[in-house]
Design a protein around this ligand. Sequence first.
Ligand code: CAA
Length: 413
Amino acid sequence: MKTRIGIDALGVAVPRRYVELADLASARGVAPEKYLRGLGVREMAVAEPGEDTVALAALAARRALAASGIDPRDLGMLVVGTETGVDHAKPVASYVHGLLELPRAMRVYDTQHACYGGTAGLMAAVEWIASGAAGDRAALVVCSDVARYGVGTPGEPTQGAGAVAMVVATNPALVELDVGLSGAASTHVHDFWRPLGAREAQVDGHYSVQCYLDALATAYRGWKAIAVERDVVRPGGVVSERLARICYHVPFCKMARKAHQHVRRCDLEDASAPWDVAQEEARADASFAAQVEPSLGACTRVGNIYTGSLYLGLAGLLHADARDLGGKRIGLFSYGSGCTSEFFSGVVAARAAERIARAAIDDVLAARERISVAEYERIMALPATSPLGAAPTDGYRFVGVSGHQRQYARPPA
Ligand code: CAA
């Protein structure tokens, strides 16, 4: 069995436009503080029909391959995790495979379970390499989604769009994952779903928060039991504090704060230690600022990107902190409504700072244009198959349907 497997490089792609959540709050007659502090969101990516799940995935994948420097001929697997695919049969991965002209002799498929789909792909890739079946080949895992709840809904300020692609390989330059060290939790619940044919998700918002927290408790405890057994963490007390950082799935940034408080509460309950509520609140705030907040920089500027949300958090964390994190273990929690989830961990590589710089996250975010709420509403009302007027210079673009086949324009080589 191979060891030392993980994420070698990351690529991030986001739509070219965003709306300020303070502007959206004013337009909806809501106190801006509700969005900015209550939900913890600042900016929200707005995708036009041309910037669909395929276009975003292809651009992120191209960037991840460039960042890793891998020869595409050394890939043996391409998995796209998505819950907003463009066809009931032909996977997004198939389009990405074609647009990037990847080798013929490889596995290419999508994975779906709401926001967990990307993690399903990541785990499949890691275990494929660990088993030895991959030989010397690497995998490309892409998480790509356009998150829509609809104009005027409670979920509206928690929309977003974007893709994160990861090259998964041996001796990774970003994060070496702890293979086999994870806790999973699944329950059949209707917290969030999207019936066939609907563009907007249905959600039981407050219930979905509770489902997330319930799943987190089980998954975290599952991870902790194995971590203690393997001597990866010392038992007793607030075990989660022994992780240098924790990245959570981020549907909106405040959710990460709720998640972190919940994990600490699990630790305290497990330790059967009495705690003072006010003291614990202060400790949880300090621990959130140190262990979690550094991962939220990019998330708060893009919004929910479903499958990629956890990995946008990871990208943001490495961008902010990789220099201090070399050799340190971090935790990751992936949640897919419906629901399934997984808490897992990995060790940040010594060369992560140099490698994440190639993702140029500041440049990717700075290249966007702020739009008005009226312009956002105009884009939201466009039919999904609206063709694009001009050829793109900066990314892939869906340009319309011809003979029942979706057509894409590519950026110049
Ligand atoms: N100043 C500061 N804070 C304010 C405020 C103000 N003026 N007004 C309200 N707030 C606070 C509230 O106190 C609340 O904070 P707490 O949660 O800490 O109590 C917060 O702002 C939100 O207020 P509400 O609960 O009243 O907001 P809401 O009912 O309008 O909707 C929501 C919130 C349910 C999350 C909604 O946005 C939603 O449905 N979002 C989509 C579902 C979602 O993201 N679920 C997350 C878990 S599921 C998942 O993770 C999978 C996924 O990706 C979808």
